[in-house]
Design a protein. Structure first.
Length: 218
């Protein structure tokens, strides 16, 4: 399985090149983006983040000072803005109540502790929490999303019953625990899913077209 995953990574990297993901100038910008990107595309997230940056609001204390309704209007381009504003405020509340709005104190926590802190926030699920761990805190935690499941399922490496943690373990148990590797691999999977492994797939164009299926994991 390790060889299988390494081959997959090499093929995708050779095809697409480095993805330079996650785009963000600061850890906070990455965190905000991880929350806002739920159920929308990145272009919309960029517009919402730009609204915050242009007004000088992309800092813990200034986000803390905003009301939910004020924040919702600023992030409106990201869609589901009322829900996402509440989620962001919930995260800022955690940061204020437990860490005095000091983001570095939060991100300095041990990986397991940090993950549990993030998951304790209403509206933050596994994918969002792990995105923050990998891209903002630079921890060796593989992020799993719908594209990951779809691509591996179509190549016989998993099945519909495989849950988030089982799929995550598939990568983390068979690859070196290197944040840079997990970062690039996840970004390449997302790129592949968006361009080729759609619900109506474009297998004949995909860099994995000659890869072929393997028996499902047992």
């Amino acid at each position: 399985m390790a060889q299988r995953l390494e081959d997959m990574f090499t093929r995708l990297l050779n095809h697409f090149g480095p993805q330079h993901w996650w785009p963000g100038e600061t850890e906070l910008e990455v965190i905000v983006g991880a929350v806002l990107t739920q159920n929308t595309n990145w272009k919309n997230v960029e517009k919402a983040i730009l609204n915050l940056k242009e007004r000088g609001l992309l800092s813990p204390d200034r986000l803390n000072a905003l009301s939910v309704s004020e924040l919702a209007q600023l992030i409106r381009p990201a869609g589901y803005y009322n829900i996402k504003a509440k989620r962001l405020k919930n995260l800022i509340d955690l940061l204020r109540e437990r860490y005095g709005l000091d983001l570095s104190r939060l991100l300095d926590q041990k990986t397991d502790t940090l993950r549990q802190e993030l998951l304790s926030v209403n509206g933050i699920g596994f994918e969002t929490a792990d995105s923050i761990l990998l891209y903002a805190a630079r921890r060796p935690v593989f992020v799993v999303d719908a594209y990951t499941h779809r691509i591996l399922r179509r190549h016989g490496m998993t099945d519909e019953q495989t849950d988030y943690h089982e799929l995550q373990s598939l990568f983390m148990d068979h690859l070196p625990e290197e944040p840079s590797l997990f970062n690039e691999f996840h970004a390449l999977i997302v790129r592949t899913g968006k361009e080729y492994c759609r619900r109506k797939s474009l297998c004949h164009l995909c860099p994995l077209q000659e890869w072929g299926p393997v028996p499902p994991l047992v």
